[in-house]
Design a protein around this ligand. Structure first.
Ligand code: ATP
Ligand code: MG
Length: 477
């Protein structure tokens, strides 16, 4: 048996989230490469000849940005893929931005494969045939999608060994725990998943798409409603002059008639991600306008020079994470709960009050897929597990994902969860280090794949040849 551990061969660890891709080597503290999960697609572009044909040897990336020729995967297609921060944020006529994931699951395998190429060929510059590959997956990934994943690894990339593990289990490991309830609030999904003794418990697992992107979308709606004009992203601004607080912008805009709507929209959201990450905050108690109005305002300047002092609004939209039904302002934005569309008309709605404080039965008791705030998601997840396990889970509440970085997030979850689980000991664990909070899934993979005892868990090429793709559902539990 080939042993992939120790100093000789480092496993590659790949974590593809809805917003960011992290790739690196097992045993490292941080991923070597972090790039957006959004892929730029240019249709009908003439393909450049692959670098080898031009006699250049291995292609050398000029920066963290890169272009991936699809010729490698499906030679007939003339789509050119652009992957990397510099590539996807730079404006190009007709460039469409697409994401390979939907609700945390792969739904575009071509794009997914392009991201693998970008990570291995261009970022890490490794030969897949020489390193085992460890990938992360959403806790609700399906057996069929896992089989496609293992096929991709062995058939197309020819990795010698492969493993796939649940993101919640890995985040628990990264926090030094094998038992925990993991609340992951990232870019595209928020989930609560119980982990016991290193294994995910299916009971109580729940997720929805009310996460960072959703909040930024709601902000876009609110901004355009309040300001009465479209939000101008940076790529449109040629020059700007300073203007007084709240006054219309005085900017010269670029004429970009061939902009793809997906690019324009993503750039608007990027501006709102910055806004959200600089000025927004979660109230430590359920939103109360009068109390929060007394708090200091924060300034923010948009790319065209329009600038504001942000008051209670900086608390209002993140409140969506805690009281979704009350604080979602644009109901045309689709909400998914456990992969199913949420029906605002009442078909699957629980009681109206989403706030959990003083109302332990609200939001969550009705329907198989209730729309819940974060503390209720955690509480319901714990309560669905065996009664003996619950105290261990409540004692180990792990908060992870970029959207848990809102100031006040941890205090608020603690406040509400302690009310819900009155009389029980609740302990929160949120890494103080932001890098660890954003990369915890990757880090858990890095730790696990570098353990000396892990070598027996890899699916080897031989296992795959003997048992086929279904081996993944037996070996990777
Ligand atoms: N300081 C911050 N305050 C609030 N939100 C933040 C902060 N930093 C990052 N975010 C948000 O976190 C989100 C990205 O989180 P994360 O990196 O965990 O996503 P992901 O793992 O790629 O996505 P997912 O887990 O949904 O598949 C973005 O929406 C970003 O705006
Ligand atoms: Mg994530």
């Amino acid at each position: 048996m080939v042993v992939y551990c120790g100093d000789e061969v480092s496993a590659l660890v790949l974590d593809i989230g809805g917003s960011w891709v992290r790739a690196g080597y097992a045993g490292d503290d941080t991923p070597k490469a972090v790039l957006p999960s959004w892929v730029g697609c240019l249709q009908g572009e003439t393909q450049d000849a692959p670098a080898e044909e031009k006699g250049q040897g291995s292609p050398k990336p000029s920066s963290d940005a890169m272009e991936v020729d699809e010729a490698k995967a499906t030679p007939k297609s003339t789509t050119k893929y652009l992957i990397g921060d510099g590539e996807t944020s730079a404006w190009r006529p007709h460039m469409e931005l697409k994401n390979p994931l939907q609700d945390g699951l792969v739904n575009d395998w071509d794009l997914y494969e392009q991201i693998w190429h970008a990570c291995f060929d261009k970022q890490l510059r490794v030969d897949p045939r020489e390193n085992p590959l460890f990938v992360t997956e959403a806790s609700w990934n399906t057996p069929a999608l896992r089989e496609k994943l293992v096929e991709l690894a062995f058939e197309k990339f020819e990795f010698p060994a492969f493993y796939v593990a649940k993101d919640a289990v890995l985040s628990a490991f990264a926090s030094g725990r094998s038992t925990a309830v993991v609340l992951d609030c990232g870019g595209t999904t928020t989930s609560a998943v119980a982990v016991y003794d290193g294994y995910m418990l299916k009971q109580g697992q729940n997720y929805n798409n009310i996460a960072g992107d959703f909040i930024s979308e709601q902000m876009l709606y609110q901004f355009q409603k309040d300001v009465g004009q479209p939000l101008v992203p940076r790529y449109q601004v040629a020059s700007k002059k300073p203007v007084e607080l709240g006054q219309p912008a005085d900017a010269v805009l670029r004429d970009r008639p061939d902009t793809h709507p997906s690019y324009h929209h993503r750039m608007q959201l990027q501006t709102l991600h910055e806004y959200k990450e600089t000025v927004c905050q979660v109230s430590e108690f359920p939103y109360q306008e009068e109390v929060l109005a007394a708090r200091p305002q924060k300034p923010f300047e948009f790319p065209d020079g329009f600038n504001l002092q942000v008051g209670t609004e900086r608390y209002r939209l993140p409140e969506i994470l805690f009281q979704p039904q009350e604080y979602i302002v644009d109901r045309s934005q689709s909400v998914h709960v456990n992969g199913k569309p949420w029906d605002w008309s009442g078909g699957n709605q629980p009681q109206a009050n989403g706030s959990t404080v003083g109302n332990p039965t609200a939001a969550g008791s009705a329907g198989a897929n209730p729309l819940m705030g974060v503390p209720r998601m955690i509480y319901n997840c714990v309560n669905a597990c065996d009664i003996d396990v619950r105290p261990h889970l409540l004692n180990n509440v792990v908060l992870t994902g970029g959207s848990t970085l809102f100031p006040g997030f941890t205090d608020r979850v603690n406040f509400e969860l302690s009310h819900l689980a009155a009389g029980q000991r609740v302990r929160m664990h949120a890494a103080g280090n932001t890098v660890e909070r954003k990369y915890s899934t990757w880090l858990g993979g890095s730790i696990l794949a570098s353990l000396g005892t892990f070598h027996q868990l890899w699916i080897s090429r031989q296992d795959y040849s003997e048992h086929g793709a279904s081996i993944v559902n037996k070996k990777c539990q």
